[in-house]
Ligand binder design. Structure first.
Ligand code: NAD
Length: 320
């Protein structure tokens, strides 16, 4: 088994690699070649969450699990709140093949999913990016979004405004003017909105959002979390990584539970990627990607990292 520690990951996978790996994985899911197993996600108390996401890609030959979660006390100890490790197994024999640090990979594969949704669903003339959230993932999200649209500027809101300057530095690196605004201003100006918070209740309301907006709702990955009003989800054409996760742990859980949205009306983004669904139907339509985070994304990026590490002779090989 090859052990690839967190410190090696940045040198082994670029954001572009993550984008390609996640696109391929969503397409494989839509073709029925790859599927995720039911998610285990448990509350540990004090806001801590821990769980397992696992899956199998028959064609790609990937079987594995990501174990980890969200530990909100970490930031004050100098660690990031998300902590995870990815394990890959030989799908024929079940033998362990690799253990890969999952923290940077999670950020890259989550940002890639959001960027794929923007690439495929946002209006091509989108110019203003709205960011709701300014934590660890937000900078990755902003960088990935800027790769798929020519944004002129970024407007941002966060419940904890003292976190916004760090996101502003990322915008500055990308040469994008950055302004902290109210949610009403954000919704009135943004063509694309990314939500990436750990909120337990909706901040962004339907009345805030203009027709024609694309939303990538990326923060809600557990039962009970919520970033946007259920009425906004019901108003939008809803796309997701996986419908089963969207209705149970994703942003759509609330609209579905309230009877405002039928699970059958939610489209896997992979169907757009393989040409089975046209995606956005008109310039005025609100589109919403419910990015819940699936195991196959983790396995896809981890497999690329393992391939590259083996080619470069990196990592630690151990007998298990
Ligand atoms: P973080 O702890 O670094 O940042 C948390 C963010 O949420 C900050 O912007 C903070 O101000 C905001 N926030 C905290 N409490 C809030 C509240 N009550 N109301 C509104 N906002 C609040 O976290 P992160 O690593 O940036 O992750 C953000 C979220 O994304 C988490 O919920 C995490 O579980 C989720 N996530 C999802 C995926 C996926 O695939 N969908 C992947 C990774 C992380």
């Amino acid at each position: 088994m090859l052990i690839i520690p967190e410190a090696l990951i940045a040198g082994l996978l670029t954001p572009e690699d993550a984008f390609a790996a996640v696109e391929a994985c969503f397409a494989a899911m839509a073709r029925g070649q790859a599927y995720n197993f039911p998610v285990v996600r448990e509350a540990l108390g004090e806001g801590r969450q821990y769980g397992f996401k696992s899956g199998l890609d028959r064609v790609g030959g990937q079987l594995g699990v990501k174990a980890g979660g969200y530990f909100p006390g970490n930031a004050s100890k100098g660690m990031i709140n998300h902590q995870s490790s990815i394990f890959l197994f030989d799908p024929e024999t079940g033998r362990p093949q690799a253990m890969v640090g999952g923290n940077l990979l999670t950020a890259l594969r989550t940002a890639a999913a959001s960027a794929i949704s923007i690439d495929r669903l946002a209006r091509s003339d989108a110019r203003v990016l709205g960011m709701v959230g300014a934590g660890h993932q937000a900078g990755f999200q902003l960088r990935a979004a800027a790769r798929v649209r020519r944004f002129d500027r970024v407007v941002a809101w966060n419940l904890h405004p003292e976190m916004l300057p760090r996101l502003g530095e990322v915008a500055a690196e990308l040469g994008l003017p950055f302004e902290a605004v109210t949610l009403a201003q954000l919704g009135a100006e943004a063509d694309v909105i990314i939500t990436i918070t750990s909120a337990p209740a909706a901040s962004l309301m339907s009345a805030h959002v203009r027709d024609g907006t694309h939303l990538a709702c990326m923060g809600t990955d557990t039962k009970g979390k919520q970033e946007v009003e259920a009425a906004l989800v019901a108003r939008a054409a809803v796309f997701t990584d996986e419908v089963a996760q969207s209705v149970s742990i994703g942003e759509a859980q609330h609209a579905v539970a309230a009877g405002l949205l039928d699970a059958g009306a939610i489209t896997p983004l992979g169907q757009v990627l393989i040409g089975e669904h046209p995606g956005r139907m008109s310039p005025g339509q609100v589109t919403l990607f419910d990015g819940t985070g699936v195991a196959l994304q983790d396995l896809a990026v981890a497999a690329r990292v393992v391939e590259r590490a083996r080619a470069l002779g990196l990592g630690l090989e151990v007998e298990v």
